[in-house]
Design a protein around this ligand. Structure first.
Ligand code: NAP
Length: 492
């Protein structure tokens, strides 16, 4: 299978930091279909060689193990091409079509544009015009797929507008919405754990599970991206997409088939079953925070308001913790806690399934329960916490011990990064790991009352709660779970 992959925004940060390194890894692992072409497009005046040199220089900034050696880069670079295109100019799309249709020297083929993956890695405000113009020049045949990077909108209305504009040119099956969490191995393994193993399914319900916890924590601050972040905030940047996608995969019913629509139908049902927020619960069940100066990983760091490019007096949230429920027979009454933030005590992404304790404890000591930790970052693995008799006396308290599985060690040879996996899935036309428009809009619908409550609070002079950089967020986040008798995982 040959392929044409076009990266719109080929000179952007996303392209050189994430997409091109992922394509290089896919090439190095022998996973890129043979005979392909990767075309970067942007406005900068470059030719193929100029782009290859530019990218090679950028690659010098990559971390050691992912940085290609010169010989490897040269062979990979033979796949790379560049076309100067201004995506706001209609005439330039004809140039793109000509390029895709023309046989490349020595390739002896044409009409490649009938089958292409078009990756929109530009600002999303360009997406409607790009799709319109692609349709106008006929680059939307049934074998063309368009990949849409996040953020897709900043609220329900803007997300719908983008989806409608994309939908006017491409069918739903052609539009691949990225949520890079879905490309992570650990997330693949969550599906495998639930639907490839019979062991947990009888326990995966309200009768055995006391609560679910999803933490997506970063120790980093906003760096130099303060202006971008300030327009986005943690709810839009992490909760509406990544955290909710993880929640749907935790809570969904087993799909009848391992195919994209069967999976996405079940995920959509979870989103539709989420307890909706209103003006009261948006304040009672959601904690909004913003970091102040503190010590993070042993280093003194400034507060959010002192970061570069952050507007004075900003009320943007850098932390969100919330409590919700999935209102169906499987999960009625089980709290799902989501938490995400910047400048937290550790950079860690983890799902914790807190099982119920035995109904009648016969051992002395604390009445502990089993926990399953699904680790997404920095390790990628599963840890099942059991309670065991440690000492020689039969009347001692039980101690927690762990069955620990590290996927990086277990599958060392086959490790694939999130963007590498997503790009390969897109090239093969498999949609399982991409978000459907109805899922995405349902997620926006669910967060809207929270955004509305915060707008009102801002107008009333009520901003986010402060927390010290290097902590686990505002005290109110601990109180949120303590109200139900729980603790966050690091408080155990
Ligand atoms: P960026 O560094 O500003 O890059 C934007 C790219 O789009 C550049 O290649 C730019 O090249 C090109 N471009 C802009 N206007 C154009 C036009 N009219 N015609 C042709 N090309 C045009 O932005 P980025 O960080 O790569 O982010 C791109 C999108 O991905 C954003 O929506 C961002 O939120 C999202 N995203 C980024 C990351 C990340 O790690 N950076 C992660 C997830 C999502 P020229 O200026 O030369 O035209």
């Amino acid at each position: 299978m040959s392929f044409d992959l076009v990266i719109f925004g080929g000179t952007g940060d996303l392209a050189w930091r994430k997409l091109m390194p992922a394509l290089f890894q896919a090439w190095r692992h022998g996973k890129l279909p043979a005979g392909g072409r990767i075309l970067a497009v942007a406005r900068e005046a470059l030719d193929d060689d100029g782009y290859r040199q530019w990218l090679q220089q950028r690659f010098q900034d990559l971390a050691g193990p992912t940085r290609p050696g010169a010989a490897d880069f040269k062979r990979f670079a033979a796949l790379l091409h560049y076309l100067q295109v201004d995506l706001s100019l209609r005439a330039h799309y004809a140039r793109l079509r000509r390029w895709l249709k023309a046989p490349q020297p020595g390739e002896g083929r044409n009409s490649a544009a009938d089958s292409a993956v078009l990756y929109l890695a530009t600002s999303p405000h360009l997406f409607p015009e790009i799709c319109r113009q692609l349709g106008a020049v006929g680059l939307n045949g049934p074998e063309v797929r368009v990949v849409l990077e996040k953020p897709l909108g900043h609220d329900l209305q803007s997300a719908r507008a983008i989806n409608q504009a994309v939908g006017a040119t491409f069918s739903e099956a052609q539009a691949l919405r990225i949520d890079h969490y879905l490309g992570k191995s650990a997330v693949q393994n969550l599906t495998a754990l639930r639907f490839g193993n019979a062991l947990f399914e009888p326990l995966w319900r309200r009768e055995s599970v006391a609560s679910m916890e999803i933490t997506l924590a970063e120790s980093l601050g906003v760096g130099t991206r303060g202006d971008f972040y300030d327009r986005t905030g943690a709810l839009r940047d992490m909760v509406q997409n990544h955290a909710l996608q993880l929640l749907t995969m935790l809570a969904m019913e087993p799909p009848a088939r391992h195919d994209a629509n069967a999976l996405r139908d079940e995920k959509l049902k979870v989103l539709q079953a989420l307890k909706p927020f209103d003006a009261v619960s948006a304040r009672r069940d959601v904690v909004r925070g913003q970091y102040r100066a503190g010590v993070c990983e042993g280093r003194a760091v400034p507060g959010y308001l002192d970061e570069r490019n952050v507007p004075a007096g900003s009320r943007c949230e850098t932390f969100v913790a919330l409590r919700t429920e999935v209102r169906n027979w499987r999960w009625a009454g089980v709290p799902f806690y989501l938490r995400t933030g910047k400048r937290l005590a550790a950079g860690a992404a983890c799902i914790v399934v807190n099982f119920r304790a035995v109904p009648h404890p016969i051992f002395p000591g604390p009445h502990r329960a089993n926990r399953l930790l699904i680790k997404l970052q920095p390790e990628d693995g599963l840890e099942l916490q059991l309670l065991a008799a440690k000492g020689s006396s039969g009347s001692e308290a039980l101690a927690p011990v762990s069955l620990d599985l590290d996927f990086d060690k277990a599958f060392f040879e086959d490790r694939v990064g999130a963007y590498e996996r997503l790009l390969l899935e897109a090239l093969h036309g498999r949609l399982n790991l991409f978000v459907r428009s109805d899922e995405q809009e349902e997620a926006w619908r669910w967060v809207e009352p929270v955004l509305q409550a915060w707008r009102e609070d801002d107008a009333a002079g009520l901003g986010p709660r402060p927390y010290a950089a290097g902590s686990w967020g505002p005290a109110a986040a601990s109180a949120l779970v303590a109200r139900d008798g729980f603790h966050w995982s690091e408080e155990h």
